[in-house]
Design a protein around this ligand. Structure first.
Ligand SMILES: [Zn+2]
Length: 213
């Protein structure tokens, strides 16, 4: 059974514990947009599965982490999972467990709780089509020793970035951009979180143009 199927199965047995969860099950909130407008925190992963049925999931990275304890060396797996609907929503999460499968499962839950809307647009002066195929303006993201710069691109350009970045950007639903990265970009977890940080800034940075609208 895939993680997606498991999510669907869990949704059938879901007994909401939070006010937001109950509002969704009672049909008082029917879209993920309303959740973000309400400002209520998503603390149950089923909320995301209920409101975004076409949510997709990708394992970004799995590595072995060794830890020295009093009892000797302890090894666990750390997984990074990204979720998105390829239409403006992206989440990234990590999970640790002694088994790969459980680490992925935990990361998939964390990614759902961490989902955010991203703002898309045509920020490319070379394009100017006005359609939401790229990012609305240049954004920068950081995590650990990694910094990324996401630059709007013209329609048809595609994602000019690494394969890992393509997976995350694709899940978010942006199609044309350039991505430059600096620092220890081979550290996949920091690299992935830096991209996520950049994408979420499309919403936190409000431009003057938006105030006028
Ligand atoms: Zn355009």
């Amino acid at each position: 059974m895939s993680v997606g199927q498991r999510a669907a199965a869990k949704l059938d047995e879901w007994v909401p514990k939070t006010r937001l969860g109950k509002m969704i099950q009672e049909g008082k909130i029917t879209s993920v947009e309303e959740v973000f407008v309400s400002g209520l925190k998503i603390s149950e992963p089923q909320i995301v599965d209920a409101l975004i049925p076409d949510l997709q999931e990708e394992v970004i990275n799995v590595n072995l982490v060794q830890k020295q304890t009093d009892a000797g060396e302890k090894s666990r797996f750390k997984a990074i999972v990204a979720v998105g609907n390829r239409d403006g929503y992206i989440g990234l999460g990590s999970g640790k467990a002694s088994q790969v499968r459980n680490a992925i499962e935990k990361a998939a839950v964390a990614a759902r709780l961490n989902i955010v809307p991203i703002k898309r647009g045509c920020g490319s002066w070379e394009c100017g089509c006005g359609k939401p195929h790229s990012v609305p303006f240049q954004v920068e993201g950081k995590c650990g020793g990694v910094r990324v710069v996401i630059v709007p691109g013209p329609r048809g350009l595609g994602l000019v970035s690494s394969e890992v970045a393509k997976v995350i950007l694709g899940l978010a639903g942006v199609k044309d951009l350039w991505m430059r990265s600096y620092g220890s970009t081979r550290t996949v977890p920091s690299y992935a979180y830096a991209i996520f940080d950049g994408l979420r800034k499309t919403y936190s940075l409000i431009t003057q143009e938006d105030w006028v609208k």
